[in-house]
Design a protein around this ligand. Structure first.
Ligand SMILES: *Cc1c(COP(=O)(O)O)cnc(C)c1O
Length: 400
């Protein structure tokens, strides 16, 4: 049988440098080890990959286009290509992981799926995959988020998922994740679909694997459009790090390609209203892995802030902690205002309304200088429909 081969700098215990690992309660050890076995087995399994590839093509609409943004390129005097994950079914990259994970769950004989969600994007992607594959689905969501993300709650309900409102802590993503882990401990027969490259090993590696289709396609598309499969820069926004992991994956070992991670500065990295984990965080353990987290001097996780719900997470995947601290990636913190500027600029020059998360990646264009002959790939992780309400709060600043 074929052997699974990871291109990530990860060891057998799930460590990226000294970040990662699996810090989990005893009751989950068996579950996690079964999951690890199943993942490595099916990731190398021809019939599994054929089924997943067919779904990605015919259901998600892959390959997503790599679009040369001519007017944006002209404005910034460089060559900008947008990887259009916003055109995927359900509007973002999250469906890539949700389909791979639910398909894996099905192969493992599971019938019940749980997931956590913040803004509701991962909840919708998971509920969609569950509807498609006939699985029972429960999504844990902080009560605050349930109230402020109504359209996604309604989508999940229509898709047949049960939305479980979580009332502990600040009633947001971190609390929903804690609750999902707690539920999983008591119900180890369920399959837990994590929405980003976070959590205990093998989750960060597994989610990066399911998202790696993004950079696999970029290489092919660049080759046919520019004659070279290697760009000078790949830029992606970072919440937990899954769209960035997917966009970086096939370039991590190509040292001529510079990897740029755009995290959310919120109101600024020198304020306490920020979600810039890599710029302001320190080493700690969050949701089963050792990584950079935003915490106070007692090790208490502090509440992050960003205008973008998808980047509003107090940790980051261990892969990104490693890439950033080893110097392989460059981290740039983009403020709410810089993201809004970038979102309106893309909309008015290219006719594409980006997700607020993706707007943070676009914000790098205003911060960094690029040469006229550079090839710059930006991962457009999702579309902006869900953010129209926020954008309209600022319309007077941008619309004449
Ligand atoms: C959830 C989300 C993100 C952030 O999650 P990552 O795991 O860091 O990719 C970014 N963009 C969009 C559109 C999202 O929905």
């Amino acid at each position: 049988m074929a052997q699974f081969h990871s291109l990530l700098p990860v060891d057998e215990e799930g460590y990226y440098g000294h970040f990662g690992g699996a810090y989990i309660p005893e009751v989950l050890h068996k579950n996690i080890s079964l999951l690890r076995e199943a993942f490595y087995r099916y990731a190398a399994d021809e019939s599994f990959n054929r089924e997943l590839d067919t779904l990605l093509r015919d259901y998600v609409g892959r390959p997503s286009p790599l679009y040369r943004a001519n007017r944006l390129s002209e404005h910034y005097h460089t060559n900008i290509f947008l990887k259009r994950e916003d055109l995927n079914h359900t509007g973002a990259h999250k469906i890539n992981n949700a389909l791979g994970s639910v398909l894996l769950a099905k192969r493992m004989g599971k019938t019940r799926i749980i997931a956590e969600t913040g803004a509701g994007q991962h909840g919708v992607a998971t509920a969609t995959a569950c509807a498609l594959m006939g699985m029972e689905c429960t999504v844990f969501m902080g009560a605050t988020d349930v109230a402020r993300q109504k359209p996604n709650v309604e989508r999940m309900m229509m898709l047949g998922a049960k939305v479980e409102a979580v009332h502990s802590g600040n009633k947001t993503l971190k609390d929903a994740t804690n609750e999902a882990i707690r539920y999983w401990c008591c119900n180890p027969d369920t399959y837990y679909v994590i929405g980003s490259t976070v959590g205990p090993h093998p989750y960060p590696e597994m989610v990066a694997h399911f998202q790696s289709v993004i950079s696999k396609e970029i290489r092919k598309q660049l080759l046919s459009q520019t004659g070279s499969e290697l760009p000078d820069y790949v830029i992606a926004c970072i919440g937990g790090g899954s769209n960035a992991a997917g966009a970086f994956y096939h370039f991590i070992n190509e040292h001529s390609v510079r990897l740029v991670a755009a995290e959310a500065a919120g109101l600024g990295v020198d304020t306490d209203k920020t979600a810039a984990t890599m710029k302001t965080g320190s080493e700690g353990i969050l949701h089963g892995s050792k990584t950079l987290v935003i915490q106070d001097s007692d090790g208490q996780i502090t509440e992050p802030y960003s205008i973008s719900a998808g980047l509003d997470y107090p940790g980051v995947g261990p892969l990104h902690s490693y890439l950033a601290t080893s110097g392989r990636s460059e981290v740039i913190a983009i403020t709410d205002r810089q993201a809004l500027d970038a979102a309106f600029r893309l909309t008015q020059t290219e006719g594409i309304i980006p997700a607020l998360e993706s707007a943070h990646a676009l914000g790098v264009l205003d911060v960094k200088r690029f040469n006229p002959d550079d090839t710059v790939v930006i991962n457009l992780s999702g579309r902006g429909d869900k953010d129209m309400h926020t954008y309209m709060n600022f319309k007077n600043d941008y619309i004449l």
